[in-house]
Design a protein around this ligand. Structure first.
Ligand code: SF4
Ligand code: MG
Length: 466
């Protein structure tokens, strides 16, 4: 998911809509905006589909007035999967004795089922099936006198990954979980401030990137006090999601002081060093494989070409929630550039192999078009474990790498060769010259290593085995 908030600007909802539009790659199922103005109080709009179709200037003005607002773009990882009900669309809103508050959450709460059961037992009435709603009910039960303190109370009970953007009548609040699994950044716009999942959404509204919210940090932004910083949690070493660098974030964003594009290009360079192969052309599986293919081509000296053309009017295949749509998706979205690849030995670079659906289809298409050889090079290690922190991976059994070795996967995909970047190679590409520190890994890489930095408590209770 993507979260965004802004305060201290005229027509805040317009800025939120633009910010969410720039974060659309983080969630395409639905979006919502909440704003506040003294005359009208809180207003909200929650819709299915793309931001650009739902939140136009005409539709916003008049309905979402005010100089403070937050928003959310949703992609379901918890709650009603692939079948989002409008009640599951964020931001969520709660009315407390000291006024209202709205929250937007990116990540996944790993003890949500346990919390929900406990809260329902004590009388909470849940409106949605979303894990994020727990935060509002925990806030309602807190005895603290103001909303930021209630949020601290609530979030101390929450386990897992959360980057939260929240608002009251006068305050914009941003929080990251102690490990900082999901991103969150602070921007300055005129006399106002913005919070965003990624820097690309600051760019679109002309805000200046100030800094990242630190893992375990809470910022409370108000006209009176500016940006106040708090540390509500026990300190712990950070474990940012390494897959944000590989796939999830936009290449024009800056993560951890590094250009995502440059990191992805560097992954391609590492891949070419680790797994060279003789061939005539390097082609990305667009768009997610593109920067890595550019790096691979540069390092290997093999020419780069667009052997696969993507229809720009399709969304991210992965994010389509049902298997059936996903299966069709490959052909709806990608087509082979025959003239370029006929008769050639082709290296295909993609960011990941999850179920193997994409790779299988693409290989068939490339061979049909007359390629002589097909070599897959993958910009992440084999995805062998599900993510429980906000990226929607299928159950373990459906992950190709959970039950196949690299050579078994090569046979299954029936390609001439298949190689994944090593975990150390990936760490080098994100700037860790010494590779992965196995005693205290610098990132979360659980989907590749099975090393979960937070025990996925709800899943373990459902029978998941580490
Ligand atoms: Fe990111 Fe993978 Fe960790 Fe999920 S399991 S947070 S996708 S690195
Ligand atoms: Mg892809």
């Amino acid at each position: 998911c993507g979260v965004f908030g802004v305060t201290g600007v005229a027509e805040a909802a317009n800025f939120v809509a633009l910010g969410l539009h720039a974060l659309q790659h983080r969630g395409q199922e639905a979006g919502g905006i909440v704003s506040y103005c003294p005359e009208e109080g809180f207003n909200s709009a929650r819709r299915f589909g793309y931001v650009r179709d739902n939140f136009t200037k005409a539709s916003l003005m008049g309905t979402l007035p005010g100089s403070i607002g937050i928003g959310h773009v949703r992609y379901s990882t918890a709650g009603s999967k692939g079948n989002t009900a409008i009640r599951d669309v964020q931001p969520f809103f709660g009315e407390f004795s000291m006024g209202g508050a709205a929250i937007a959450h990116n990540g996944n709460i790993t003890n949500a089922a346990a919390l929900r059961a406990e809260l329902i037992d004590r009388g909470s009435i849940f409106q949605s099936s979303s894990d994020s709603e727990c935060i509002i009910h925990l806030m309602a039960r807190s005895l603290q006198r103001n909303i930021p303190e209630r949020m601290k109370d609530a979030l101390r009970r929450v386990e897992g990954a959360f980057s939260v953007v929240a608002m009251t009548r006068t305050k914009l609040i941003g929080v990251r979980d102690p490990l900082g699994v999901r991103p969150l950044v602070l921007g300055k716009i005129g006399d106002g401030w913005a919070l965003s999942s990624e820097t690309c959404a600051l760019d679109i509204i002309g805000a200046e990137f100030v800094r990242e919210i630190a893992p375990g940090e809470m910022v409370v932004i108000s006209a009176e006090h500016g940006v106040e910083s708090f540390r509500p949690f026990e300190p712990s070493p950070s474990r940012f999601c390494i897959f944000e660098h590989v796939y999830f974030s936009r290449p024009d964003s800056i993560l951890g002081g590094r250009s995502v594009y440059e990191t992805r290009r560097q992954i391609g360079v590492e891949l070419a060093r680790e797994a060279p192969v003789e061939a005539d052309i390097v082609c990305p599986v667009p768009d997610s494989g593109t920067p890595a293919a550019i790096g691979f081509s540069h390092e290997s000296g093999i020419p780069y070409g667009m052997g696969i053309i993507r229809n720009q009017y399709m969304g991210r295949t992965f994010i389509e929630p049902t298997e059936q749509i996903r299966n069709m998706g490959v052909r709806l979205k990608l087509n082979v550039n025959r003239a370029l690849i006929a008769g050639k030995r082709v290296i295909l670079v993609d960011d990941s192999v999850v179920r193997g659906t994409t790779s299988r289809k693409i290989k068939e298409m490339i061979l049909d078009a007359g390629a002589k050889e097909v070599h897959f090079r993958i910009a992440s290690p084999p995805t062998a474990w599900p993510c429980f922190y906000g990226v929607d991976t299928p159950e373990r059994e459906k992950l190709l790498a959970s039950h196949m070795t690299e050579s078994e996967m090569r046979d299954y995909l029936a390609v001439d060769s298949l190689r994944f970047i090593s975990l150390d190679g990936l760490y080098r590409a994100v700037g860790e010259a010494g590779g992965r520190d196995s005693t205290c890994p610098q990132y979360c890489d659980a989907c590749f290593s099975g090393d979960y930095p937070v025990a996925p408590r709800d899943m373990i209770e459902k029978g998941f085995r580490l």
